[in-house]
Design a protein around this ligand. Sequence first.
Ligand SMILES: [Zn+2]
Length: 498
Amino acid sequence: MRKNLPFTVTAPHVLPEMRYCKLENGKYADTAEFFLDKKADCTKGKGRLEKLFPFRQKDGFPFLVEKWENAPDKEGYFLEITTEKIVLKFASARGYLHACRTLKQLRNGSFIPCGIIEDYPALPLRGFHVNLASCRQFEEDDVRALLEKAGKFKLNTFLLEYNERFPFSSHPAISSCNAFTKEDVRSFEKICAENAIEIIPLVQCLGHNAHINRLEEYGKYFEPDFPDGRKSAQLCPLNEESYTLFTTLAEEIMQAHPNGKYLHIGGDEARSMGACPKCQEYVQKYGEGKLYVEYINKCAAFVRNCGRIPIIWDDMLSRHPDLMEKMDKDIVIMVWDYWTTSDPSPITVFRPAGRGIVTDKSMAEGNFAKLEQPEKLIAETFARVEEFETLAESNEGSKIFSTYLGKDFPQKCTAFPFVDLYKDKGFTVIGAPTTLGNTVDDIYGLPNFMRFRKNIFAYAQKCKKYSLSGMITTSWYDFPPEILEMGLICTANDLWTK
Ligand SMILES: [Zn+2]
């Protein structure tokens, strides 16, 4: 038999980093013909776990698999690797898969370093997002590859936004010429099943529907065009037919992804609120916020009737914090903030009263000299200079928010303060940093990766500290898909480790 000696005595890096791992220097289990190949022997009807990720032993090296009773987490796993045997304990099918993934990363040829590993994730929902709209460069192979990478690094959720690239049967005209086929969509589901990943489809219920309003015959569902001639991307929230269009598309996408618990209905950046005469009248009487919240509650009720949990982006709600009481509390709020990179932060995203990324006046004095990178570049590129103190007291909505600004205020703010506000209002919150967003600060032709790395890390710290249910890192803009891989690995690592 051909034997290879380990070429290194140190264990390789396993990502995400293991919670508890004590390896014995220089001691290896020589597993000989011990395979960790998911293509091997999975066809013989051996049982669900083996089908998910089978092991094969030709030489009878003892490999003992058992249930991990009282595991600290349902995705947890335990490994005891000695020169005589490997013991694997798992809390669930996912835990078993994670253990296999760790062994696969640890092995060196047929050798696996001896030691004890006890491992489980820090957050229950760990995810990554892609927008597959036509201008992106994703082909079906790219999607499959990214889904497999997510599994490899122990993520368990994928937020998938098709827009016009879904093969709609109910409204085939909406599907673009480069839409995925039904077979492609089934193959995405299959890869997710093999990797224990849950897909959350995203179907926009209000704004960001330019891909539908590109077709003249769908114009009747939309708010009127902007005065400068640009087409509105927003469905009319008071038009029953627009609502039916949304529910029809959403139903079709949910049927194609039948295993998920959630449906994300977008709801962000609705820029044509109150534009048509009917909406205008309503907004004049009751305000934009009420129109928004009532429409979102209606869409969320539809999602619940389909047996799913609705998710929305938070920016419209945070423009009207006084209306939070009226929003159904079982709507999960996904809070996106792509500019905060430290805690406390010299920059904050402050949406009430129509503001955006702001920094305190004291920071801007001396041309942001007190800031380090990437905060300095972010402040110079994106931030409006305001007096934080004045801002926090600027209107009724902001006063609600001012409780959460932290002890370093007004020079700095607690990172992601809206998360605390939503939690206190009784919402379930999912964090949303980015690995590719607002790329106007590119460096040497590539995204400013340090900014995104720190944004993902800072947000993960927040999610763990405040025990949020999860975090999903978003990705936007038109770089080749491979550019997303490092952000995916960062996300997987930060959400797993303590
Ligand atoms: Zn309208």
